[in-house]
Write a protein that binds this ligand. Structure first.
Ligand SMILES: [Zn+2]
Length: 137
């Protein structure tokens, strides 16, 4: 194994490994400045390094940033996870409500269908019913 690297978390091995700083071959079209700054968020500035894991030989980029930025990222992730769980719960509640609404609509539709049906009564039966009605009253 080649020595000389710093122990850094390798995103491929998913653990801290000996990693070597490497220089990429120079290309004219590429921005070689390792000092970067976000064009819209000027407070987001960092120093980039290309690394090669000496265990798995994969390459990746690391950045050196102000710790406050990292703390902000951790808080944002926690907030986002909380919102995601709430949205998941709300979706489950909405699905349940949707099922209840469909059941209600089905029952309502059935009641309307029954209510709209006209009962056919013969003239003879109608007279009998009228007689019965008169007797009751
Ligand atoms: Zn690795």
């Amino acid at each position: 194994m080649i020595k000389g690297g710093t122990k850094i978390y390798c995103p491929f091995c998913k653990e801290f490994q000996e990693c070597q700083r490497i220089d990429l071959p120079h290309r004219d079209w590429e921005d070689k400045d390792q000092r970067k700054q976000h064009p819209e968020h000027k407070d987001l500035a960092w120093f980039e390094r290309q690394r090669k894991c000496l265990e798995c030989k994969n390459q990746f980029t690391t950045v050196e940033i102000d710790k406050d930025v990292l703390d902000e990222l951790i808080k944002l992730r926690a907030t986002f996870d909380g919102v995601r769980y709430e949205v998941h719960d709300l979706e489950a509640d909405l699905l349940k409500l949707n099922d209840r609404l469909k059941n209600f609509q089905n029952k309502l539709g059935l009641q309307r269908a029954i209510g709209n049906q006209k009962v056919k009564v013969s003239r003879k039966s109608e007279r009998k019913l009228q007689t019965l009605f008169d007797f009751i009253n």
